[in-house]
Design a protein around this ligand. Sequence first.
Ligand code: SAH
Length: 249
Amino acid sequence: MFLVGAGPGDPELLTMKAAQLLRQADAVLYDRLISAEVLRLVRPGSLLECVGKAPGGRGWTQPQIHQELIALAYRFHTVVRLKGGDPFVFGRGGEEAWALHQAGVPVEIVPGLSSALSAPTVAGVPVTHRGISASVLVVDGHNPDRLEWPMLSGTKATLVFLMAVGTITTIAERLAIFGKPGNTPVAILERTSTAHERVIKTTLAQISQVINVQHIENPAVIVIGETVGVLPSVAELRQGKLSEAVRCR
Ligand code: SAH
């Protein structure tokens, strides 16, 4: 059994190992966020099964997923459990690896590019920058009551929130209450590395309104911190001034 990270969406951002396993697999069990482009790499004729859960919605329970994985391990030679991003970053990959190990199923884990770090990079948002931020905190935003707000508000670390679209109003309020300045730059990175990607830059004070007005939907990564303001947009970065300079000569 291979527990494989699929990266943020663009099939070119898969590891070579992941792409090769998808071409070999007899069965692939995948999550809801896996892109259609990535699934197209799966060998025709192999079993493809979605075990996705919508946020807060009904779907497969974790024990059901474990049972299905174990059953597939008995039925097929090469089984891939494909998870968005990296299997060990908010992916419940640890639980699945443990359940498989307990059941005696050999497991190999293949890392993927986590959206936590790859979405900012794809969007031209550095998460560290010399002299501005020397650390990054990757935070699960879906249950704000569990988070340490004085620490999150006071730190100079760049904050990278996942699963935070539905809770962003509370997150912004708590950060403000504990002293994070309202003008702290924020980047909303929606469906990064897919055809529908959007990058919206705003401030902490404005973020809640922006998310509503722009109808931001899951999945999105929200980056909060001074590094957000360091670079121009990726479109500007791509353009450069070189062509103009060459024309002038
Ligand atoms: N294991 C995954 C994270 C799973 S939690 C990883 O390493 O990326 C699901 C959250 O990931 C979403 O709520 C969203 O915050 C983020 N996410 C996943 N894919 C994304 C994408 N293409 N663009 C922006 N955010 C994404």
